[in-house]
Design a protein around this ligand. Structure first.
Ligand code: ADP
Ligand code: MG
Length: 577
């Protein structure tokens, strides 16, 4: 579509290039108006649709125009000619919501998005839907293309001309629907044409989209049916077989592998899903968009970030469920943000896909292959029966040593990388453990800092003891806690007792409860320490593939040079077998 159209007052509107293509029309730029676009229909809309568009333009509000692609003006081919489309606010820098909740596309299209970002998006989606409902309209065709999202989790609704529009005088229906997001009561309608919708119908589709955002793109009604026959998604929806609900067992539905359960979210959010997908929801009503927004805000605030990957977050328990899924599947669900130090000391934030890095590392094998032995020769090596066997075994062990030595650096490096990965995976639970210690540290003795251990009037405390104590961070009476002293190796029990007595003697007043300030400082310190360790481990992993490849090349050269010797011994082994 090219050329010039006119609006209702006859003002010419010049179309620019096609921005996006839809089922019903194309979205075009408008010359001289960079904040607007024109939706031009593939075929001229029928009279009813024209009335609807006019009604939408006339009832547009500032809030609707801010949160959606709402029609603002009608475009005609010429004065008195057919309607071709409409003008709407341009939405730029936004992408389809399904690109965000699909883990694969998310890594590429929303590389910085973590789980809390998904919760915030769900909350903003709920707010946008609430706004439409507040105006008396109904979306009708809720689906995975309804919403666009930007890098700040702001949500805008598109395809508004398909909404059901209520004006003072008329109701314009939404004549379409995608079954994946339509409620049970609509699964077997013969047509959506002229079907009157209620917000309660939207609230089903909204709950499905929120579920998809929060639960790794899982559809709430998609799972394994244990009842024998096939069960289509539409059937499962029609029969309210919510796979994650408390009645899932009764409905014989089991979630796909590596799914999160409803107990992953707050009880409030869990309850809203139960209500939205319950068989009684048609009659009793599903949670409204406003209520979702409140529950999701609470969820976003309750989540704590994971210390292995700060893109992960969770509310309950001490182990990050996303870490567990990523470990089991070997695939990253979220990129990992990390501050790296360049040569020269400059710091820069980067995003890492740990799953991919590990795949690269796994693929690098120590080159140089050992000769294959026959079963008889293997038997002679593992269970030598005679002197001849013993001689070849000794020769084999010797040459294998040389062979292994040649690959030593490679093996050590690979082992180091495995260790780094394990440590990185363990950071989150380590943090949990350490921060629990901060919370439980009963007493804050920081006011005893001026009493140096070097000046402690304890006769049995030798200069050597003092040096050891200093080495283990016990510098003053403030450090004299049972826990800290207990971690100093080979410190005599008597000395520990004396030190504690000395400390208590200094402070006649009962020990103070931990000041919030002290605990806060400790937490900030711990946070920083964890971040530094995490960055170090991630840096080691990122550099892993290149360094390991280099080590593999070196091992290959060395092993090649001793291969003739190995082959000679191998031949002897075969002959002795
Ligand atoms: N106002 C807008 N600004 C920018 N892009 C838009 C706008 N409205 C729609 N789009 C893009 O165009 C696509 C098709 O628009 P839509 O109105 O859904 O078309 P259709 O009803 O023909 O399927 C949307 O998925 C979206 O990506
Ligand atoms: Mg449409």
């Amino acid at each position: 579509m090219k050329g010039t159209l006119i609006d209702r007052r006859g003002t010419p509107v010049q179309l620019e290039r096609l921005i996006a293509q839809g089922g019903e029309g194309g979205i075009y730029g408008v010359q001289g108006h960079s904040s607007f676009v024109a939706k031009i229909y593939h075929k001229p809309p029928d009279p009813e649709k024209v009335l609807k568009l006019e009604a939408m333009c006339d009832s547009a509000t500032e809030r609707l125009l801010k949160l959606s692609a709402w029609p603002m003006e009608i475009l005609l081919k010429k004065q008195g000619g057919p309607v071709m489309g409409c003008i709407m606010p341009r939405i730029s820098g936004y992408k389809d919501v399904h690109l965000l909740y699909g883990p694969r596309t998310r890594l590429r299209e929303f590389p910085k998005a973590g789980w809390v970002f998904l919760v915030q998006t769900a909350m903003n989606l709920a707010r946008a839907v609430a706004l439409v409902h507040e105006h008396g309209h109904v979306i009708g065709d809720v689906n995975d293309k309804l919403a666009l999202v930007n890098d700040n989790a702001v949500v805008k609704l598109v395809d508004t001309d398909s909404f059901q529009i209520q004006t003072k005088k008329s109701l314009y229906t939404c004549d379409v629907g995608v079954l994946t997001h339509q409620p049970p009561e609509f699964q077997s309608v013969s047509t959506f044409r002229a079907l009157q919708r209620e917000p309660n119908h939207d609230n089903f589709g909204l709950a499905v989209l929120i579920f998809q955002l929060l639960f790794n793109a899982r559809h709430p009604f998609s799972g394994t049916f244990l009842g024998g026959s096939d069960m289509s998604l539409e059937q499962a929806i029609a029969q309210s077989r919510f796979v994650y609900g408390q009645n899932a067992d009764r409905f014989e539905m089991k979630p796909p592998p590596y799914s999160l359960g409803l107990d992953f979210v707050t009880p409030y959010v869990g309850e809203l899903f139960e209500r939205a997908f319950s068989p009684k929801a048609e009659r009793k009503g599903r949670p409204e968009a406003r209520e979702w927004a409140i529950a999701l805000e609470e969820l976003a605030m309750s989540a704590r970030r994971c210390y292995t990957n700060p893109s992960h977050a969770y509310v309950y328990g001490t182990a990050c469920p996303f870490c567990s899924i990523e470990r089991k599947t070997g695939r990253s669900l979220f990129n990992m943000p990390v501050l790296l130090h360049d040569i020269g000391g400059a710091r820069r934030e980067t995003l890492i896909n740990v799953g991919d890095v590990w795949d690269q590392i796994k693929k690098i094998e120590a080159p140089g292959k050992l000769p294959e032995f026959s079963p008889a020769a293997r038997q002679a090596l593992t269970q030598p029966q005679n002197d001849r066997h013993k001689t070849v075994l000794m020769a084999w062990v010797e040459s294998k040593k040389v062979w292994d030595k040649a690959g030593h650096d490679f093996m050590a490096m690979k082992g180091g990388l495995q260790q780094a990965r394990k440590e990185l995976e363990g950071l989150d639970s380590e943090f949990d453990h350490l921060s629990a210690q901060i919370d439980h540290s009963e007493t804050d003795f920081s006011h005893l800092d001026p009493y140096s251990i070097l000046a402690a009037p304890i006769r049995k405390l030798s200069p050597a003891d003092k040096a050891v104590l200093m080495s283990f961070g016990v510098e003053s009476a403030a450090d004299c806690t049972e826990e800290k002293l207990g971690s100093v190796p080979a410190l005599r029990k008597k000395i520990v007792k004396e030190l504690l007595k000395w400390r208590d003697g200094l402070d006649k007043t009962p020990p103070k409860a931990p000041t919030d300030q002290g605990a806060d400082n400790a937490r900030v310190r711990l946070d920083r320490e964890m971040e530094i360790r995490r960055a170090g481990l991630v840096q080691e992993l990122i550099e892993g593939p290149a360094k390991l490849k280099f080590a593999a090349k070196k091992a290959d050269d060395e092993r090649r040079s001793i291969l003739p010797q190995i082959k000679r011994v191998a031949k002897d082994v075969e002959q002795a077998a």
